[in-house]
Design a protein. Sequence first.
Length: 157
Amino acid sequence: MKRKTILCVALALVLCVALISASAATWTVMKVTVDGARVRKSAGNSDIVATLKKGTKVISTAKASQSYYKIMTLGGKVGYIFRDHVEKLGTVDSSQLYKTTQKVNLRRKASKTASRVKKLSAGEYVMVISVADGWAHVKTIDGKRGYVNETYLKKAG
């Protein structure tokens, strides 16, 4: 009886760990490598939802097919881009990815009087590194680090 109980508890722990691991997806940050790269409604030759400039950063949430990635633009558009038109830059855990809810200052320190690193647009993606005293230490998609009041952030995706 003890052996069955231990086995059941062990199995339950394994299932819990598997569920937690599955919920924390990893997304890929990519850079567009050609001018005029088309973001399409679906993988293949479908309607164009956006045209991107060389150097634009996007987030890939999945490989849609052999030839296309499913992406999100920093402006919030979702679509598919030809794999030869992007270059992988790195990955981010989706649980760390947030969007700004309005225009907001990225500050050098966790204070509303600290100098501004840059102005973030509404809907801009940031990776949250840590949160303390109402301020989120973040990294922008273009690599800038600073602090944003956490009330101006919401979960992405």
